[in-house]
Design a protein around this ligand. Structure first.
Ligand code: GLY
Length: 396
């Protein structure tokens, strides 16, 4: 990278100075921890902080019911972060006074019809075999928990431990925590490139000027692959996976559902304010921001099949988000072969669930150079077997 700097910003602090690319949940959260530990931290976001995947998410903390075969290491990571969520929420709410809308009624996965029950049973038995804490319910038992479930719902699985949080409130809280800790937030500031010299990250180029930093943290979600300046073996292989979402408005005094609900091709997430989120499509269409009639129709149809009372609810909002999805659907966390370049991206469907663990483990690495065992399987080196070994942060 040979862009000529026009401005240098030098750090006088003994803690490393950190430039974070991306002001989503990861960037703001890690920035909060680092600023609180005495680092000078600058977060750069190409738009309004936290208004991409962090805003588009539904906030499910579904480590158990989303588990699929072949994801053992990821399951361990998800469970560890899920277990960290209650204390993390209490801490963040205590620091900021922002209510995160944490709800612990649990999650119901339902078979929409008799035919779906066999598939649900298979998944249930697989997940129980992993030691997950799930309960099989008949259709009648499920309707006693959630009386507005459709009469055709023939069976369900209840997961008491799969909770939810209001991800937009989480963004609000992390932004406040970061700023209150002394962090600097630069919104509508696109990072044009990362400056790398002698295989070491030196800072980021913004508006043609070099913003120098000891550590550069790449946490740009689905955009993480597109930042210039990195050698190919340090570029996180992340692509956008589009999701369309619609929300409806319930009467918060008479909600039609209190649990998070999953059915074939749909999840339904009720907020305390009456918002009912129906999500989400999964589309490999790059950064296509179009809402489509077919996408929204299929969400509504799938939701109506298991919860017919949605028919009368007003539409509140519709949106598109981009999951940052890596080649193996798992996150990319920690150091890279470029010294001083750290990544926290690729969270796919689990960005909110993995927030506490990502924030704490990546901050710990930046501060101490320690790679916690939970994130060891999720380094960028798994994609680039021939790249030089990872090197630690700022230790000389
Ligand atoms: N975690 C839900 C989704 O990605 O749609």
């Amino acid at each position: 990278m040979s862009m000529a700097p026009t401005t240098f910003i030098h750090s006088g602090a003994s803690r490393p100075s950190v430039a974070i690319i991306g002001g989503g949940i990861c960037g703001l959260g890690i920035g909060w921890r680092l600023a609180a530990a005495g680092c000078r931290v600058d977060v750069f976001d190409k738009g309004e902080a936290g208004h991409e995947a962090s805003w588009a998410a539904a906030g499910m903390l579904a480590a158990q019911v989303e588990t699929e075969p072949g994801e053992d290491a990821l399951l361990a990571l998800n469970l560890e972060s899920q277990a960290a969520w209650p204390a993390f929420a209490t801490e963040l709410q205590g620091v900021t006074g922002v209510d995160l809308g944490y709800r612990d009624e649990g999650t119901l996965v339902v078979a929409a019809h008799r035919d779906d029950a066999a598939e649900l049973r298979n998944t249930y038995e697989f997940q129980c075999g992993l030691g997950l804490d799930l309960t099989w319910l008949t259709g009648g038992q499920a309707r006693r928990m959630a009386p507005h479930l459709a009469p055709a719902v023939s069976a369900a699985v209840y997961s008491q431990k799969d909770h939810q949080v209001d991800n937009r409130q989480l963004v609000t809280a992390l932004r406040k925590a970061f700023l209150d800790a002394g962090g600097s937030l630069h919104e509508h500031k696109t990072v044009d490139a990362i400056e790398v010299a002698d295989n070491r990250a030196r800072g980021v180029f913004v508006d043609g000027a070099l913003h120098e930093a000891d550590i550069v943290l790449l946490a740009a979600g689905a955009w993480s692959y597109d930042i210039d300046g990195l050698p190919s073996f340090a570029r996180p292989p992340v692509r956008p996976l589009k999701g369309q979402v619609i929300s409806l408005r319930m009467d918060p005094r008479a909600p039609i559902i209190d649990h998070v609900l999953w059915g074939p091709d749909i999840y339904i997430v009720p907020r305390r304010d009456g918002t009912l989120i129906l999500g989400a499509t999964v589309e490999d269409k790059g950064f296509d921001r179009d809402l489509t009639a077919g996408g929204i129709y299929r969400l509504l149809e799938a939701a109506w099949e298991i919860l017919p009372q949605i028919e009368e609810l007003p539409v509140k909002e519709m949106w598109v988000g981009f999951r940052p999805t890596s080649r193996d659907d798992a996150p990319i966390l920690g150091p890279t072969p470029v010294e001083g370049l750290v990544v926290a991206t690729g969270h796919h469907r689990n960005g909110v669930l993995l927030a506490p663990l990502t924030i704490d483990a990546v901050s710990a690495f930046v501060l101490d150079g320690d790679i916690r065992s939970a994130i060891q399987p999720f380094g960028i080196d798994r994609f680039y077997a021939n790249a030089s070994p990872r090197v630690a942060g700022v230790k000389e």
